[in-house]
Ligand binder design. Structure first.
Ligand SMILES: C[S@@+](CC[C@H](N)C(=O)[O-])C[C@H]1O[C@@H](n2cnc3c(N)ncnc32)[C@H](O)[C@@H]1O
Length: 262
């Protein structure tokens, strides 16, 4: 796995260890499948779509493609990502891991499958997702918001939050990063929406229904520093189909969740 080390260190979060580790820019989502998304027009331009998505209910997960996932179903795609997370943090049976923005608990299930004995929990703002979670995650998912995590300080060996924190506006997002840090100092991974140039930004604005904070990587790093966040991170950058010049006219959509390096 390619890592970019940054000159920031933090305690491991293990109360028995004085070991320190550097925060790293690393793509733990490198095995997430790339998908071509096609829409007849930029879905985010219709305020009805954004309003429906922001309820994070049935429409967002299992409704139409214009208002969200268009069907959020378990298919095993998180297994290689779970393996990378376990390896990256050196996770072992008996340790506790939290997935913030866990949706239906797919990653919660796969982390437990690839590392038997690991105690994995999830938190999500969506009652719909928690109610409709995979059976293996039943009883492990908590309804709540990333900026008010109902767990004790230092109570997790690692916290992950994938494609979730950017749904908060800036001040709540800073609180969410501080909450992540509180639960597992220096041992976390967040992946957030980012862009590098105007074309990517415009493309994103036509596609994304829910993100409230959307920054360039350098601005994200500044925000991490402002929050005192010392965990690891990477970006979700929507990738334009190079064969398409005009998003609106072509009907082509982005490769969402395609995490690219800066
Ligand atoms: C793009 S989905 C990502 C789900 C999952 N992590 C994944 O990558 O497939 C965003 C998730 O964040 C949840 N969410 C949105 N705002 C939240 C908040 N303030 N606190 C916790 N979860 C939130 C949504 O319900 C949804 O499950």
């Amino acid at each position: 796995m390619q890592k970019q080390r940054r000159a920031v260190s933090a305690t491991t979060g293990n109360p028995n260890s004085r070991q320190t580790r550097e925060m790293v820019e690393i793509n733990l989502m490198r095995h997430y499948p790339r998908t071509q998304r096609k829409l007849t027009r930029p879905r985010a331009l219709d305020p009805i779509n954004a309003a429906a998505a922001l309820r994070f209910g049935r429409e967002y997960f299992d409704g139409s493609r214009e208002q969200g996932y268009g069907g959020y179903r378990y298919d095993g795609r998180w297994i290689p990502i779970a393996l990378d997370i376990v390896e990256h943090f050196g996770l072992k049976a008996g340790q506790r891991v939290l997935d913030v923005g866990c949706a239906k608990g797919f990653l919660v299930k796969d982390l437990m499958d690839v590392c038997p004995g690991l105690e994995v929990f999830g938190l999500d703002i969506s009652e719909y997702a928690i109610t409709n979670c995979v059976p293996e995650a039943k009883g492990r998912l908590v309804l709540g918001s990333a900026d008010a995590l109902p767990f004790g300080s230092g109570s997790f060996a690692a916290v992950v939050s994938i494609n979730t924190l950017h749904n908060l506006e800036r001040s709540r997002l800073i609180t969410a990063l501080q909450e992540t840090e509180r639960l597992s100092p220096g041992r976390s991974y967040v992946q957030v929406d980012a862009y590098h140039n105007d074309a990517e930004r415009d493309f994103f604005l036509g596609w994304c229904l829910t993100a409230k904070t959307f920054l360039k990587p350098a601005d994200w790093r500044a925000l991490f520093a402002e929050a005192g966040y010392h965990g690891d991170y990477h970006w979700t950058v929507l990738e334009m189909d190079p064969s398409v010049n005009d998003f609106g006219a072509s009907g082509a959509g982005p490769n969402n969740n395609q995490a690219e390096r800066e």
